[in-house]
Design a protein around this ligand. Sequence first.
Ligand SMILES: *Cc1c(COP(=O)(O)O)cnc(C)c1O
Length: 425
Amino acid sequence: MKFISTRGEANKASASEAILQGLAPDGGLYVPEQLPPLDPKALDPGLSYPETARRVLHPFFEGDVLEAELPMLCDSAFSFPVPLRYLEEEKAVLELFHGPTAAFKDFGARFLAYSMEHLQREAEEELTILVATSGDTGGAVAAAFFKRRGIKVRVLFPEGRVSARQHKQLTCWGENVQSYSVRGSFDDCQRLVKEAFVSSEVRKIHRLSSANSINLGRLLPQVAYYVYAAARFLDRTGKKPVVVIPSGNVGNSMGAYYAAAMGAPIARIVLAVNANRVIPDYLDSGTYRPRPSVATLANAMDVGDPSNMERLRHHFSNFQDFKNHVSAISVSDEEIRESIRLTDRQYSYPLCPHTAAGEHVRRTRLTGEPSIVVATAHPAKFETIVEPIIHREVEVPENLAALLDSESRYSSIDPELEQLFPELV
Ligand SMILES: *Cc1c(COP(=O)(O)O)cnc(C)c1O
């Protein structure tokens, strides 16, 4: 299997070449040359999660140096439960928050980290991963790469602009993971990372790479949980589910489109977005207009120009084809609050604000169709929003509690390259 760039100007790459490069050299995103059909055995509801993932991922790695390592990579990366929780007979929630940082990003970040560690085994030079984060991504990446050999990580976050629990998840590492509290905004963090990538001084001493959500190594593992969940849902109810996905950069939902196109038993896919309406507006008007993001309660979905949109559009031949397959509903902060309140009252089940957007779409738009809502994070990560709405405490799960209990260490820096890389001077 080879991967091509969405912009068509780069050479074909194998899976591991695409993983190490991140972005294609022509600035495009890597996509599979063609989507392989699903191995029917991947739909066996008797398989464990890592066994399912291995079967789903295998065709993408056929002929690649990582092919023989897939079983080991899947066992290591997906070492936590992936429960499908039924609120009603035909209404399930796919809980993707049982990984170390209690959000779905653990799946992609961990698979990427173990893959890169393996690819680094023979390398002479250490790899340095730079991540600028406004909150969630940096924690998942830091956790995933902690203690991976041959790789160092520098995580940059804006000082005073992440929540107390996010701060903890960004700073409780050490060893090969260094955290930097940057006196500036998220944009300053991102600018600093970009400056580092183009600085010949920095590149003289560091082999740099990135771990952002457009990396194929984060995308491919996200195909597997849709196959796993849809197969189990079909086995239990005899029906194919509609899948509702809280979305921002559309990385998570890209996995669902791939799963459905490969033959997973999914009736259709509906994206739930927050007040950042760029995709619903595109569906209405036919003109794609990226814009600055607006802040909402579901802040991991505050995206005005979804980074995977180029990939999603690539898979449809024209706007009508896109419109036939993609649907997206915008959910307001008021509706998110109402959804948290109603769902907790009806099922005693607290939702994070992102998942609540998905549950709102199910309640108001699906009229009883069999369905799965994807729970992207544990509500305890957003306790300052959720607890005042449900008037009780959200229990902190063990995975998260372990992180919150550990010691913080980080450096405070100004947004200047010499402070991020003091070794330059
Ligand atoms: C990242 C994130 C999202 C959005 O996922 P995309 O892949 O960017 O669409 C939704 N919810 C949570 C909790 C997230 O961390």
